[in-house]
Design a protein around this ligand. Sequence first.
Ligand SMILES: Cc1cc2nc3c(=O)[nH]c(=O)nc-3n(C[C@H](O)[C@H](O)[C@H](O)COP(=O)(O)OP(=O)(O)OC[C@H]3O[C@@H](n4cnc5c(N)ncnc54)[C@H](O)[C@@H]3O)c2cc1C
Length: 357
Amino acid sequence: MKEFDYVIIGGGCAGLSLAYELEIHEKLNDKTLAIIEPRPEYKNDKTWSFWRVTSHNFDDCVKKSWNNFSINVPGKTNYLECKSFPYQSIHSGMFYEKINNKLRENKNISFFKDITEINKKNSFIFNSVPEIKNSHQNLWQHFCGVEIETKNNFFDEEIFNLMDFDCEQRESVHFFYTLPYSKNKALVETTWLSKMNDNSQKDYDQQIKLYIENHLKIKNKDYEIIYKEEGAIPLFYPLYKKEKNKINIGTAGGMTRLSTGYTFLNIQDHCKFIRENFENISNVSRFEISKKYQFLDDIFLRVLNKHPEKMSDIFFNMFKTSPKTVIKFLSNKSNYLEDLNIILRMPKWTFIKALFY
Ligand SMILES: Cc1cc2nc3c(=O)[nH]c(=O)nc-3n(C[C@H](O)[C@H](O)[C@H](O)COP(=O)(O)OP(=O)(O)OC[C@H]3O[C@@H](n4cnc5c(N)ncnc54)[C@H](O)[C@@H]3O)c2cc1C
């Protein structure tokens, strides 16, 4: 069986981002890489969105970018501007195609469907397949989104809705998220933050249908669904065993910001870090989301778990501070003063008590 210098397990967002980063920086000119990916074909299966707080390699895969957004709770809406850090949505189909086209140019890179097809004994491994221990205590961000096309122009494509809490909460945390790609196309997503032990929350199709009809006021006959995505992001870190010659990347590598589910840009930062330290990769210490955010997110999720009914106001109030500050905080780029600004917006006793749950 063939041996490779490097093996990437999982050719999804993190695996392909890493291979691309290494390839464009000519780290694979005289090294071999195997990518293990079981999916039969690549197709558009996700939309990765985030505030562009750092540069990345995929500006040409951006489906749409916004400089304005809103957040609302029943009876109140806050309109915010994010010109300094535009919110971008990446089309995963374009992302896969761009990367795979580039990787095909290098004969040192090979794709396999299963790890048993190669001899990985002497390879350095980048693993993006998470090991998740099932527990009813774990919180997830689970969601379903549909892209709809309306018969007539309907949406204001200049502003997206980050969180609309004006919907049933069912003793959990629930909001809708709407990304208007154009005047007649938008992604409408129902999102829950919960333990996922309640299957009754998964009537996603019905939730979306009612939201489109009753909140967006678009009649059933006036739109059609042209794309659908569904997923669940763990709001906890997957198991991470320290092993020689192996690094976990992506969700498996702890790149999800637990209070928000945002992962894409952290994956890109991790890939840059690996590329910069590539020649010495077995000796560098683990790349992590800063301990400061891990600590704050832990308290945040304890409050969310104990007081789901308070979360819509907590999110709403967080965005009352300058949008730049919140965006930096949610994207792990804030300084201590900015952190303090956010912390002071939180209900103090609720958060202090959460330290002792
Ligand atoms: C529908 C959806 C929407 C999301 N939207 C956003 C967003 O808007 N913004 C954001 O920041 N984050 C978002 N995320 C979270 C996160 O960015 C994505 O989950 C991202 O794809 C994580 O990258 P990854 O490489 O860790 O996992 P994946 O992209 O899932 O890649 C893992 C790969 O491993 C492969 N695989 C599975 N089993 C094996 C095996 N045994 N051997 C080899 N390969 C295997 C899979 O086929 C897959 O290709 C979203 C997640 C989902 C599911």
